[in-house]
Ligand binder design. Structure first.
Ligand code: PLP
Length: 399
């Protein structure tokens, strides 16, 4: 063919992190068909959907079977009933939103990646380590990226000074990604930490893209939403998801909050995102939106808390195994992830291969989340209790 290609793709790692993990596991399985491989790797949930959700979805399926109640294309930003449910959910954190600021979607992954379409060539600041989609989606568009190190020294919670240090000069008009609770480190920003970012963004004319995918795992007095911080509505967009909160990884429902007042170069970000979504997205299926509405009801939230409590107990089981074996780690309390330092100074892919070979346990190499993740490793608490216990027994033997 003689077509021109997007050269930015050449800058990407050959495989997306979790595809590479899956590829290595598949190779191992092929060579050892008898092995029972246990996964504490991809951040996918294992418990079924809350009953209140499946009931609501079953009722919605019935509606689709009748001519009077059948629904076709959904409104691109979501049905009013769901937008209202999301609005009420935020009121629990003391955040008042207008439904016009909420855009229901089929995943935080796609939203967080698609948002970069709205911007021109700005400096993009990405914590390191973090969810790889922020980097890859910006690389695909040829954006200049600065990595903000999240290390033991700053408790994995870098502030604006870390960004300025990494850049070596003052920041102006940057797009800053924040993920709290963080994937993979499990670190969560307190109010003061987030307020520092909000003040910085306002002072430098920057925009924060805040990913709160793991908000449901917060137990202490930490902000669940960046909009709990004064002034955030002037400088932040928030992406949230029911994937980890309500077990929606295979059902797909999320939302993005774009405050009405956000504006740059005479363009409203809210209007642009609406324009983008109405052009390129045809809405979350009706049945799923009814399920999401149910997940955000009082009954749904209570059931979701049970799911989260189950995963939290798994995290405790993993944490006590690591403590017992003297492996340094962080996370696992406000997030489903445990972030450990690879024992014996091993590199993270070396440790990945070792665990797979010796224990048939799969985790995620820290280096896949950024260069500051090298020498670290992520284990998830999203497995079944049985898998978690067995994996920990195996870890005990080899660590
Ligand atoms: N944001 C973070 C930080 C994640 O870790 C994930 C999934 O692992 C997502 C977003 C994706 O969420 P969704 O399933 O809604 O696309």
């Amino acid at each position: 063919m003689k077509i021109r290609m997007n050269d930015n793709y050449r800058l990407l790692e050959k495989n997306y992190l979790f595809s590479e993990v899956a590829r290595r596991v598949a190779c191992y399985r092929e060579a050892h068909p008898e092995a029972r491989v246990l996964r504490l790797s991809v951040g996918d949930v294992t418990l079924p959907l809350p009953t209140v959700v499946t009931r609501a979805m079953a009722a919605a399926v019935e509606e689709m079977a009748s001519e009077e109640t059948f629904r076709g294309y959904a409104p691109e930003a979501g049905y009013d009933f769901l937008l209202e449910a999301i609005r009420s959910y935020y009121l629990r954190f003391g955040v008042e939103l207008a439904t016009s600021e909420i855009f229901a979607s089929d995943g935080a992954k796609s939203d967080v990646a698609n948002l970069s379409e709205l911007f021109g060539q700005n400096l993009v600041a990405i914590p390191d380590p973090v969810y790889p989609v922020y980097l890859d989606s910006n690389r695909m568009l040829g954006r200049e990226v600065v990595f903000v190190p999240a290390t033991e020294e700053n408790d994995y919670l870098p502030g604006p000074v870390a960004l300025e240090d990494a850049l070596g000069h003052a920041v102006e008009g940057a797009i800053i990604y924040l993920c709290s609770p963080n994937n993979p480190t499990g670190a969560v920003y307190g109010r003061a930490g987030l307020a520092a970012w909000v003040d910085f963004a306002r002072a430098t004319g920057s925009l924060i893209i805040f990913d709160s995918a793991y908000e449901a795992f917060i137990t202490g007095d930490f902000p669940h939403s960046i909009f709990e911080i004064e002034g955030a509505e002037e400088c932040a967009i928030e992406v949230a998801s029911l994937s980890k909160t309500a077990g929606f990884t295979g059902t797909r429902c999320s939302w993005t909050v774009v405050p009405e007042g956000l504006e740059a170069e005479g363009l409203s970000l809210n209007e642009m995102w609406l324009r983008r979504q109405t052009t390129k997205f045809n809405g979350v299926p009706y049945v799923v939106q009814r399920g999401a509405e149910a997940a955000l009801s009082d009954e749904g939230i209570a059931e979701c808390r049970e799911l989260v409590a189950y995963y939290r107990e798994n995290a405790q089981i993993i944490a006590s195994t690591l403590e017992e074996r003297g492996v340094a780690f962080t996370g696992g309390t406000q997030s489903p992830y445990l972030w450990l330092t690879c024992p014996g100074g091993l590199g993270s892919w070396e440790f990945f291969d070792l665990l797979l070979e010796k224990a048939q346990v799969v985790g995620t190499p820290g280096a896949g989340f950024g260069s500051f993740g090298e020498g670290h490793f992520r284990l998830t608490s999203f497995g079944s209790r049985e898998t978690t216990i067995e994996a920990c027994e195996r870890l005990r033997c080899i660590l």
